[in-house]
Each structure stands twice: as structure tokens, then as C-alpha cells.
Design a protein around this ligand. Structure first.
Ligand code: SF4
Ligand code: SF4
Length: 376
């Protein structure tokens, strides 16, 4: 089949199956990305979640034999909830970032890529294809940028003119030499709104991010969160959207194209206190379907404790004391001691003093001392 015709048919088919934007690029190595990643590594800015082998991330031929093109796909996700949470007085809620609203996007994108693969194979049975989403070796953003899906903003997100940066990205390496599309020109200009909006100064001029300072990354870690970030995390229990909501190109962008992406309020904006008591099974039942659950229950619980401290929620004190007395994880226990100190009050203070006498873990001891030092 003639390649340009196949490309046209593929574009038409992608619309039918709910792909909002599709772009094509060559399978050449991503040389610029290689330099950027090497620099990231040297500066210690990487998150540690990415594929450690830079060569694999920049060279498609390490992933598919004789690759000839890469197809990039984008699906737009909602930026506003259609429903509002009925807030009762005294009920405190946390928030998951938008990329964790609705069904885990990895499943949604994999489904679309699978359909695309089937379509291609029905036309070119000998084609070799390899699809990936987020956790694959290639950088979704570098592919999307080169395939003309959007430009890479100073907030390190891919910004599409149509849907802003509220898009999920995935890609497929192919053995078919599709004609590449043209990249979109950078439209950030002199704007620095995202840099100013970032609560932790994680964005660095020139479109770099220090993951070690980024709340989105920090909320996904498993250990104790460094002091300087705890208050800045606020009630974010997974991810952070500040550098996206600040972007003028996202103004008015709110698309509800995909039913699976609609957030369930009790998951996307859950009550904080019940999170403290969830069993593993209950956690899976409530949060298992969303992207933000991928690191398990503990990071979400730790973040909920930080959020309760942010609200100075005194009604949480009894549950926090139970955690302080029974929790095996030092990260959770230490965060709890700090939170009890932040919330303050006689009961919290008495529990901290008692814990101080009994605690043997150094990390937790330090947090108990901090908790006791807060003047409330
Ligand atoms: Fe900063 Fe949040 Fe953006 Fe991370 S996600 S760079 S913390 S604004
Ligand atoms: Fe670019 Fe401004 Fe958007 Fe940042 S806020 S990504 S600088 S347009």
C-alpha cells in the first residue's frame, strides 16, 4: 500500500477511535535529548523513576530492529470537574493532580495504541511495531515534540495549540517509513508564569526541571519528605498542577472527550481522615484504578498526614496518635510526629512526649523533637 495513503487512512482511523491528535516523526536518535539527559544526570536533577540507560531512551533502534518512524498520539483530558464536592463543615479533602483523574491513562492509551497496531497490521501484515506509554524507554515528550504534537514548554510539558498541556502522550515505533510532520514552533516567548507559579522553585530557565524539588515527584516517593517541602505540598496527595494551571495556553482548555477520564470525586478529591485507616484491600478498592495509586498506599497516607497538618485539623489527632503508637514505617511515623506538632494542642503534645520516651528509631526521634519544638 502506498505510504502516504496509509498515513491518511491512519489519521482518519485515529479520530474514529478517540485519538485527539496524531503526529509522525523519523526514528532518528534524539541527540538533543541525550545531551539534556546527561546534564540532568550530572546535576542530580533526575527523579530516579526513569529508564537509567540513556542510550535506550534516545535511540529507537535499541528498541526495534531497523525502525523507520515513530507515531506519537495525544489524548486530551479534563482540567475541571463537572461536579462539585459537597463539602461539609470540618471535612478536609486532599487532591489528586489532573493526570490521575479517571481511569489510569496508561490503560486508555495502551488500548488506543493496540487498536492502531491492529489497523496497521491489517494493511501491512509484515510491519514491525512497538508501542509504549510513559513507562517505556523513549521520552513521550521528546517524541511528541519532534512529531509536531506540541512544543516543549518552560514547564517541561508538551503544549498543544488545541488542548493546551492537558494531554496524555504515547507512541509507537514502526518499521514503516512514514513522512515526518513538522515540529511546532515554541510559543513560550518571554513568558515565565510557570516558573513564578512553582511553589518549590523546581523549574529552571531553559525548560529544565529539578525532580528532587518537584512536588509531583516528591508525592510519589516513599521516604520522609524534606522539611522545606512539607508545607508547600499543602493538600496535594498526588502530583502537582501549578505550573500547568499558570500557563496562559491552558486558559479555557477543558475537554471531556473520554468518559473513562471523568474523575470520581471521592477518589480525585478524597476525604483525608479515612485515608489514614485504609487497609491495603480498601486502598485498592478505592484508588486502585487511578494512575496515582501506582506507588501503593503508604505514600498517599503520608501525603494525607501532611495535608491534615496543613489544615491543622484537630479532629485528626486521635487517629494520628494511633498511627504514632502502632505504625511500623518510620517515614509514616515520623511524618505523623511532625504533623501532630504542627496541629498542636495538649493531647497531641502529650502523645509526642510519650513517644519521645519510647521511640528507638533515630529518624522518628528527630521528627518527634521537631513536633515538640513547634509553638502552637
Ligand atoms: Fe513546580 Fe508543581 Fe510544576 Fe513540579 S509540578 S515543577 S512543583 S509547579
Ligand atoms: Fe511557556 Fe509561559 Fe506556559 Fe510556562 S507558563 S509553559 S513559559 S507559556
Amino acid at each position: 500500500m502506498e505510504i502516504n495513503k496509509l498515513k491518511e487512512e491512519l489519521i482518519a482511523y485515529s479520530k474514529e477511535i478517540g485519538i485527539d491528535k496524531i503526529g509522525f516523526t523519523s526514528a532518528d536518535p534524539f541527540t538533543e535529548l541525550k545531551n539534556r539527559l546527561t546534564k540532568q544526570q550530572e546535576l542530580g536533577y533526575q527523579s530516579g523513576f526513569e529508564e537509567p540507560d540513556i542510550e535506550k531512551r534516545v535511540n529507537p533502534s535499541n528498541l526495534l530492529e531497523e525502525p523507520r518512524s515513530i507515531i506519537s498520539i495525544a489524548l486530551a483530558y479534563p482540567s475541571k470537574m463537572n461536579e462539585r464536592v459537597e463539602s461539609k463543615k470540618g471535612e478536609r479533602r486532599g487532591i489528586f493532580s489532573r493526570a490521575s483523574w479517571g481511569l489510569d491513562y496508561h490503560h486508555i492509551l495502551k488500548d488506543r495504541l493496540q487498536k492502531l497496531e491492529e489497523f496497521i497490521l491489517s494493511k501491512v501484515p509484515e510491519a514491525r511495531l512497538k508501542s509504549m506509554v510513559d513507562t517505556g524507554e523513549l521520552s513521550d515528550r521528546a517524541v511528541a515534540e519532534r512529531a509536531g504534537i506540541g512544543w516543549s514548554g518552560k514547564n517541561c510539558a508538551i503544549i498543544t495549540p488545541e488542548f493546551g498541556s492537558y494531554v496524555y502522550l504515547g507512541e509507537m515505533i514502526t518499521s514503516i517509513p512514514f513522512v515526518p510532520d513538522t515540529p511546532i514552533e515554541d510559543q513560550c516567548g518571554t513568558c515565565t508564569k510557570c516558573l513564578e507559579a512553582c511553589p518549590t522553585g523546581a523549574l529552571i530557565q531553559g525548560g529544565q526541571i529539578n525532580a528532587q524539588r518537584c512536588i509531583s515527584f516528591l508525592t510519589q516517593t516513599k521516604g520522609i519528605i524534606p522539611d522545606e517541602f512539607r508545607e508547600k505540598i499543602g493538600n496535594r496527595i498526588y502530583g502537582c498542577d501549578s505550573c500547568q494551571t499558570a500557563c496562559p495556553h491552558n486558559k479555557g482548555k477543558n475537554f471531556h472527550f473520554h468518559k473513562e477520564m471523568e474523575p470520581d470525586l471521592e477518589i480525585a478529591k478524597p476525604l483525608l481522615r479515612p485515608i489514614l485507616k485504609l487497609s491495603n484491600r480498601e486502598f485498592k478498592n478505592q484508588f486502585g484504578s487511578v494512575a496515582g495509586s501506582w506507588r501503593g498506599k503508604k505514600p498517599i497516607q503520608r501525603n494525607a498526614i501532611i495535608a491534615l497538618a496543613h489544615f491543622k485539623d484537630e479532629t485528626a489527632v486521635p487517629d494520628l496518635i494511633t498511627i504514632l503508637e502502632n505504625e511500623p514505617s518510620a517515614a509514616i511515623k515520623g511524618t505523623t510526629a511532625w504533623a501532630l506538632g504542627k496541629i498542636g494542642g495538649e493531647t497531641a503534645n502529650a502523645a509526642l512526649k510519650k513517644a519521645k520516651e519510647q521511640e528507638t528509631d533515630i529518624e522518628v526521634q528527630i521528627e518527634i523533637e521537631k513536633g515538640l519544638s513547634f509553638k502552637n
